[in-house]
Design a binder for this molecule. Structure first.
Ligand SMILES: [Zn+2]
Length: 92
């Protein structure tokens, strides 16, 4: 399994543990899944990493696209429901 770097936490992980995202210029939205053409980026399926990537403006940089604020908002609300599993909370 190849390794990819999460754009949220910047860790290198097996591609199987990450979700691939791509930018659709025609639709103006972020697409989730391996089948989309174009430049992709990889992200841990956790809300923490999506949030980190958003705060670091990593979406636009990683996808080399003018990713709109609206698209990221939509991804945060829609994408989370699709794949993001809650971060395992190590016992406090
Ligand atoms: Zn991550």
């Amino acid at each position: 399994m190849p390794e990819r770097t999460c754009i949220g936490c910047r860790r290198r992980l097996s591609a199987g543990d990450l979700v691939r995202i791509a930018w659709s210029a025609s639709d103006g939205c972020i697409l989730i899944g391996a089948g989309h053409p174009g430049r992709g980026a990889w992200l841990c399926p956790t809300a923490k990493c999506v949030d980190a990537a958003n705060k670091r403006r990593a979406f636009g940089r990683a996808l080399r696209a003018d990713v709109s604020h609206e698209a990221i908002e939509a991804f945060l609300s829609d994408g989370l429901g699709w794949s993001i599993r809650p971060q395992e909370s190590g016992g406090r």
